[in-house]
Design a protein. Structure first.
Lengths: 245, 245
DNA sequence: CGTGGTCTTGAGTTCCGTCAACTAGCGTGG
DNA sequence: CCACGCTAGTTGACGGAACTCAAGACCACG
């Protein structure tokens, strides 16, 4: 019983037209699904690396802790994302996966990926491109962490979320839901919850954003792009080199 | 006129035995070579993304600048590394490549990579694994930048370099050559040259390291591994899923 | 023997962290 | 329905790690 369209198919279709066969292969990844409540850990760093996951709905994130408890969130996962790709080359997971809110995930074994890699060169090229794109995005995050102030980092994060969410929701303009707590945002940006709070208030006071509960509205997108030298890595990719199946 | 063994072949052989055909394919990547003096830019961020490069000898690094000049070095390249992999999914380069010292590079077109991807599944799996491994390493760097003190960051960097250099130089113990300036190290670790200097002196004073010109000796590797919760991502990879050609 | 780049040193500053108290919202249960 | 407890967010005082600026030392090299 295939749904009208999965988030994964929507997201991938944004970059290239998918054949029915491709869609069928992707649907197989979403065959089984499981729901989890908010704040649940799905797997832990060091666990044997069995499954990957497609996010069906809800937000989640991957993080690592230092032994003394300092935490770094390394990736925020949205519906349509594939979770765990960077770890497939390793025997054990390097990060812990945790839900932000109520989440539905589709686990699938590594071997399903193998099958796609062997049988569908064009779809493989797309999946690899997305993994590489995520690598480039991580480089952008690294730049933000290494060289940007708190205000710039938050601005960068909001712009990045906007760009990502626009891929699956074309009608979205300047407002979106940010279900993460300020402590989680702090762990993502390498700051503290207290300083996140103060910087959000400052951004609001200076007219960059508005907030209402978990809704965020970006008012000065242009200025914030300028401020952070932001580049949208999501809108387009180079598919010109993709093989024809 | 193939050399006895290239760095690239040495590095890849560490993870799986290479067939003569594989070695021949890799040798093709190193067919043409060019030398560059220290401090030279090879390509710039935004340039059209034509070639990849194999590093033959010498160190180089990739970086991005903010418009006001703040710099973040995102990857240090050693002999045997392939430079530019994360960018293949994009039309334009996202980073600038610069030599640390006198360097010899082998440029090769994207299309050579295509050929390997199409014709050699096993070698493809290895190259993809290395790209994913580099992604995991970047996550480690992100954690260091987000959550570690200057002392911990430098320790992490030294351990990472040790682990990487040991792959190609099995006889290496605790001493290696670090040709980067302290300003470059600062741009890599998200600090300033002044603070790098002070922190290096402190590490020396506290008996963690010794320095002599550009030679660094790591004296308390065990403690530094503990301090930074360091994981060697280079020593082994999961090759169990690789296809047999 | 000058010259330019790298490293070191010190004084003063700042951004962000720590700690702790307080407020607001929300679900639970008596 | 209100007391309660819990979590998230805000606020303020204070502290400290890392930055800035500037001067000086130490090379390597022409």
């Amino acid at each position: 019983m295939p749904e009208a369209s999965s988030c994964l198919v929507t997201k991938l279709s944004h970059y290239m037209p998918l054949s029915d066969l491709d869609k069928e292969r992707l649907a197989r990844l979403e065959k089984s699904e499981r729901s989890f409540p908010a704040g649940q850990e799905i797997y832990q760093g060091g666990d044997e690396n069995r499954n990957l996951y497609v996010v069906k709905h809800g937000w989640a994130f991957s993080y690592t802790d230092l032994p003394d408890g300092r935490r770094q969130i390394v990736k925020i996962h949205h519906p349509g994302d594939i979770v765990g790709f960077p770890d497939v080359a390793l025997k054990h997971s390097t990060t812990t996966l945790r839900t932000v809110e109520s989440v539905c995930l589709c686990p699938f074994p590594k071997s399903s990926l193998d099958e796609i890699l062997r049988k569908s060169p064009r779809l493989s090229a797309l999946l690899i491109s997305i993994a590489l794109r995520d690598h480039v995005v991580l480089i952008d995050v690294l730049r933000a962490m290494g060289r940007m102030s708190a205000q710039e980092r938050i601005s960068y994060m909001l712009l990045d979320l906007l760009a990502r969410l626009r891929i699956t929701n074309r009608s979205m303009t300047d407002t979106f839901r940010l279900p993460m707590t300020q402590s989680q945002i702090a762990d993502y940006l390498g700051l503290t919850n207290v300083y996140i709070s103060k910087t959000f208030l400052r951004l609001e006071r200076e007219g960059f954003i508005q907030r209402d509960h978990d809704q965020v509205r970006v008012l000065k997108e242009r200025e914030m792009i300028e401020l952070t030298d932001f580049h949208d890595r999501y809108a387009e990719m180079d598919t010109s080199w993709f093989p024809q199946d």
